[in-house]
Design a protein around this ligand. Structure first.
Ligand code: PLZ
Length: 440
C-alpha cells in the first residue's frame, strides 16, 4: 500500500498559491490548446489521493482519465519499472527485441475474450492503437470503409479525429479529416427509448443503405462510451452488431481504451454481454500510467498486415511492458475486477439516493467503477451543462477530483482508482451531496 495518508485535507484554497504560480508559468510556456481540468499541481499520488504542491490532499475520482486503475505508483508497478529502468530503457522491439513485449502479448491474448488463436501488437497511445486496428481490418478485408457511432470518442490524431463525433474541442478547425469514415446511430436508452435490438436494426439499416457491407472493413465501437457520456447501450445492441459483422465479413472492433482492464467490473466491458470482438483495443489502465496501448485479436486478422507494416519506435517500450505485467499481476492477485464491481455498487447506491432527492439528476448509469450522472433541467431531459460545470467546480473546491464528459457537456463521471478505500469513497460521496446542495 501507499505510504500517503488516505485523507482529504485542505490547507489552502483550491488551487493554492503555489499551484496558481505554476499555472501562470504554464500559461506562458505551454500551448493554450492543451487544457487543464483542475489546475492543482501534483507532487505525489497513491491509494485514493492526489497531493499537491501546496500540501493539499485531494480525493481522486478521475484516475487520470481511467488510467491509474491499480492506483498511482502501485507497489508492484514501481518495483517492476525500477528494475527495468536499471536494466535497459529502450532498444526498439523492431530492432533488437526483449521478452517483456512478448509476455504482454501473451497475457493480452489470454485475457481478452474469445477462445481462438490470437495475436497482439503494442503501441503508445489509445489513438495510435485505434488507427492500427483500422489498418489491420483494412489489410484483412481488403475493404476501406469504417463505421463509428454518434457520441463516439476514439482520439485526436487525424484518422481518429474523423472517427470522434464531437466537434468542439476535438475537431473544429483541424480538418480536413480522413475519408471513408461513416457515423451510425447509437443505442442511448435514456434518450432514444429503444431496445438493444431495435437500436441495432436502426444502425444496421443505415450502414447497409449508406455504406454497404461490401465496402465496409470495420465497425469500431466503445462498449460503453467514455468521453461521449458514459452511455451504456441497451442489452443486445453490441451482440446484434457483432453478429451482423460476422455474417458480412466486417471486422468488429471494440475500443476498450477507457472500459478495459477491470474498470467496469469485468476484465473487458464486452464480457458483461458475452460479446466476442474480432479485435480489442486496450490502453489507459493497461500500464498504470506508462504509455502503452495494444490491439489484440483473431490471429488470421492480426496477421493480415504484411511484415514491417505495423510498429513504431516506442511501441511496447520495455518500461511500459514491465508496468503492464505488474498491472495484470495486481489485478489478478488483488481481485480488482471484483473490487471494481463493489466500488460501482457503493457509488451507484449513493448517487441513486441523491437522484431520488434531486430531479436535476436525469440518470445514474455505468458499470463497475465507471459511473456517471447525466444532469438535466429538472422535470425535463434537456441537458444542463452549466449545472454540470458548477457541481464539478464545487467538488473541486472541496478537494474531490471529478471529471465531466458528454456530447452536451452535462455528464459528471466517476472513475476512482480501484485502490481507493471504502471510507474515502464514502467521504467523496458526502462531498458530492454537498456540491449538489450548494449549486442552486
Ligand atoms: N478511445 C474510448 O477514451 C481517450 C481523452 C482525453 P489516447 N480518452 C481520453 C482527451 O481529451 O484527449 C480515448 C478513449 C477511447 C481512444 C482514446 C484515445 O486514447 O491515449 O488519449 O490517445
Amino acid at each position: 500500500m501507499t505510504s500517503l495518508p488516505q485523507e482529504r485535507r485542505l490547507v489552502t484554497e483550491i488551487p493554492g498559491p503555489r499551484s496558481r504560480e505554476l499555472q501562470a508559468r504554464k500559461t506562458a510556456a505551454v500551448a493554450q490548446g492543451v487544457g487543464t481540468t483542475l489546475p492543482v499541481y501534483v507532487t505525489a499520488a497513491g491509494g485514493g489521493v492526489l497531493v499537491d504542491v501546496d500540501g493539499n490532499s485531494l480525493i481522486d475520482l478521475g484516475s487520470g482519465i481511467a488510467v491509474t486503475t491499480v492506483g498511482n505508483s502501485a507497489p508492484r508497478v514501481v518495483e517492476a519499472v525500477t528494475e527495468q529502468v536499471a536494466a535497459f530503457t529502450h532498444t526498439c522491439f523492431m530492432v533488437t527485441p526483449y521478452d517483456g513485449y512478448v509476455r504482454v502479448a501473451e497475457e493480452l491474448n489470454r485475457l481478452t475474450p474469445g477462445e481462438f488463436e490470437k495475436r497482439s501488437a503494442l503501441f503508445n497511445s489509445g489513438a495510435e492503437a485505434v488507427e492500427n486496428a483500422v489498418k489491420i481490418a483494412r489489410a484483412y478485408t481488403r475493404k476501406t470503409a469504417v463505421v463509428v457511432f454518434d457520441h463516439a470518442y476514439h482520439g485526436r490524431t487525424n484518422l481518429t479525429m474523423a472517427m470522434t463525433a464531437k466537434n468542439m474541442p476535438y475537431k473544429s478547425g483541424f480538418g480536413p479529416f480522413a475519408s471513408d469514415v461513416y457515423r451510425a446511430p447509437l443505442s442511448y436508452p435514456y434518450r432514444d427509448g429503444l431496445s438493444g435490438e431495435e437500436a441495432a436494426a436502426r444502425a444496421i439499416e443505415q450502414v447497409e443503405s449508406q455504406v454497404g457491407a461490401a465496402n465496409l472493413a470495420a465497425i469500431v465501437i466503445e462498449p460503453i462510451q467514455g468521453e461521449g457520456g458514459f452511455i451504456v447501450p441497451a442489452p443486445g445492441f453490441l451482440a446484434a452488431l457483432a453478429a451482423w459483422c460476422r455474417e458480412n465479413d466486417v471486422v468488429f472492433v471494440a475500443d476498450e481504451v477507457q472500459t478495459g482492464f477491470a474498470r467496469t467490473g469485468a476484465m473487458f466491458a464486452v464480457d458483461h454481454e458475452n460479446v466476442v470482438p474480432d479485435l480489442v483495443v486496450s490502453a489507459k489502465g493497461i500500464a498504470g500510467g506508462l504509455p502503452l496501448s495494444a490491439v489484440t485479436g483473431r490471429a488470421e486478422i492480426m496477421d493480415a498486415a504484411h511484415g514491417g507494416g505495423l510498429g513504431g519506435t516506442y511501441g511496447g517500450n520495455p518500461l511500459a511492458c514491465a508496468a503492464a505485467l505488474a498491472v495484470i499481476e495486481t489485478i489478478e492477485a488483488d481481485s480488482l475486477v471484483d473490487r471494481a464491481a463493489k466500488i460501482g455498487g457503493q457509488l451507484t447506491e449513493r448517487l441513486q439516493a441523491l437522484q431520488s432527492r434531486d430531479p436535476r439528476i436525469g440518470e445514474v448509469r455505468g458499470r463497475g467503477a465507471m459511473v456517471a450522472v447525466e444532469l438535466v433541467k429538472a422535470g425535463t431531459t434537456e441537458p444542463d451543462a452549466d449545472l454540470t460545470k458548477k457541481v464539478a467546480a464545487a467538488a473541486h473546491e472541496r478537494g474531490v477530483v471529478v471529471l465531466t464528459c458528454g456530447t452536451f457537456g452535462n455528464v459528471l463521471r466517476f472513475l476512482p482508482p480501484l485502490s481507493i478505500s471504502d471510507e474515502l469513497l464514502a467521504e467523496a460521496c458526502d462531498v458530492l451531496d454537498e456540491a449538489f446542495g450548494v449549486v442552486a
